[in-house]
Design a binder for this molecule. Structure first.
Ligand code: FFO
Ligand code: GTP
Length: 459
């Protein structure tokens, strides 16, 4: 797919605000001519691609700045168009003046994501790779960065492409049958087709399943800390955050009754959510707090239930566990304040539900906190994360895969019930259509606008 853009666009590629240098990027057929018209130095039109040139930006006779010009000659650039990058001094005044000057000389201010959109339209990236660019910019943990990088490098796209090609082969054989429909021929071996579609359905099913973890990696894994008042929830939160205070230390938008902090364990971000203590509902306002806590618990990826080993009877502990621990959500029982352990308390023995772990810690003395961290990681991630396995992190991809799966299930049903070729062909095509939506083989302007408008300006 190649489309020619007539405009030459310009935007600041580096972050807004004062920095040592700012990089202004131009892309489009006139990028080199426009840059050259404001540049005093070598004639940029005569320079080779991927070269850098020192000189001055001139506004008439006035020197605006001393700069470096980086040259990318089409099609060897990020957008596959002519690209010039001006590295200037990072003052807001200088940056604004240079951009204005370039607009005066024929460039147009770029819209959000327009550089990457051009890279997509010109075939440099497919759609899922373009989306990965945005994910990469937003990545703030090792796992999120790796998932985005894998997608940017085309891991996911290649996998989908391979599936598509196999299906296309069958689709064309079945189409051929339609041409000979009078003669009752079968070019596409139904057993082979069934096997292939079955295999593809399995692969797609796995990709669909990977979304839960992929999404958690991208957004952070929700980890609710709950327990009775005074159990030591806040102290535990602080102990967990102690050395590893994450890049994002306080997530805005959280309500007063719950606190959210980000904790990085083994490259994955966990959103620790400290809740209002359960069972303190003596008045309506507190009741609302408890309700919120129950709601948070129902949505968490993993639950840390904290209790005070010296204050809770086995009966109460059993009751709490029965109420809070649900089979669908991994739970870790955190027996806290073991530094004060009274000899009798140690004898509390309760029956833990299947899949529940118990770990004894002292939040105050920071004992066994690392053990707890590794347990949190294991219960949510380990066993599911391998280096080269594709993770779906994007809800748009998830939806397209689910629709593909549905269409292919129809194909399987059709083969089973010996449906006619035309119906089979229709369902296969439907599946191909949805697969194509992911990589952008099939797109609409709305879809593209929707995706790229979420990018920042200059990307
Ligand atoms: N200064 C700068 N840094 C950047 C970018 C950029 O555009 N400018 N990028 C993006 O925003 C990323 C790098 N992406 C890029 C991808 C391709 C090409 C490019 O010139 N490709 C040519 C030549 C490849 C080669 O020489 O091997 C090509 O694909 O033909 C440049 C940057 C991150 N860093
Ligand atoms: N000895 C000891 N005291 C602890 C430990 N953890 C917490 N505490 C103490 O227990 C008291 C309650 O701790 P918090 O962390 O405020 O408990 P909480 O569960 O957040 O309480 P609420 O906010 O009321 O729900 C504080 O005085 C803590 O210092 C521990 O491991 N050992």
């Amino acid at each position: 797919m190649t489309q020619h853009q007539e405009d030459t666009i310009v935007a600041l590629a580096t972050a807004n605000g004062v920095g040592a240098i700012g990089v202004i990027r131009l892309s489009g057929p006139q990028a080199i001519t426009i840059a050259n018209s404001v540049f005093k130095g070598k004639d940029l039109r005569k320079q080779a691609s991927h070269t850098i040139h020192f000189g001055h930006i001139m506004d008439g006779d006035v020197i605006l700045d001393e700069v470096l010009m980086s040259l990318f000659v089409a099609p060897k650039s990020y957008t596959r168009e002519n690209v010039v990058e001006i590295s200037c001094h990072g003052s807001n005044y200088i940056i604004e003046s240079i951009i204005k000057l370039l607009i005066k000389h024929g460039a147009r201010a770029a819209r959000a994501g327009e550089f990457t959109m051009r890279a997509f339209l010109n075939g440099q990236l497919d759609l899922s790779q373009a989306e990965a660019v945005a994910d990469l910019i937003a990545a703030n943990s090792k796992a999120a960065q790796q998932a985005a990088m894998q997608q940017l490098r085309g891991g996911f796209s290649n996998q989908l492409q391979a599936l598509r090609e196999q299906l296309v082969t069958f689709a064309s054989l079945i189409e051929l049958e339609l041409d000979f429909s009078e003669e009752d021929v079968e070019f596409a071996n139904r057993e082979q087709l069934r096997k292939l579609v079955h295999e593809i359905v399995l692969i797609i099913g796995k990709l669909i399943q990977s979304f839960e973890l992929g999404n958690a990696i991208k957004q952070g894994v929700n980890t609710v800390i709950a327990g009775r008042p005074n159990a030591g929830k806040s102290t535990l939160l602080n102990a967990l955050l102690n050395e590893d205070r994450a890049i994002v230390s306080h997530i805005p938008g959280t309500t007063r009754d719950t606190i959210e902090e980000v904790l990085n364990i083994n490259g994955i971000n966990f959103r620790l959510i400290d809740t209002a203590g359960i069972r303190e509902a003596t008045d309506t306002i507190e009741q609302i707090g408890v309700q919120k806590t129950m709601e948070k618990i129902s949505q968490t990826a993993v639950l840390l239930y904290v209790y005070d080993v010296n204050a809770l009877s086995a009966t109460d502990l059993t009751a709490d566990i029965a109420e809070l621990v649900k089979p669908s959500i991994p739970a870790i029982i955190v027996a806290n304040k073991t530094d004060l352990l009274a000899p009798t308390a140690a004898t509390i023995q309760v029956q833990l539900p299947d899949g529940t772990d118990l770990v004894q810690v002292s939040a105050k003395e920071k004992q066994h906190i690392d053990e707890l961290k590794q347990l949190i990681y294991q219960r949510t991630v380990k066993g599911q994360l391998s280096a080269d396995e594709t993770l779906i992190t994007n809800i748009r991809h998830l939806e397209a895969l689910q629709k593909t799966e549905q269409a292919l299930m129809h194909v399987l049903e059709g083969i089973q019930t010996q449906t006619t070729s035309d119906f089979l062909a229709m369902d296969i095509k439907q599946g191909l259509h949805y697969l194509g939506e992911i990589t952008g083989t099939v797109t609409t302007d709305d879809l593209l606008d929707n995706i790229f408008s979420k990018f920042c300006i200059g990307k």
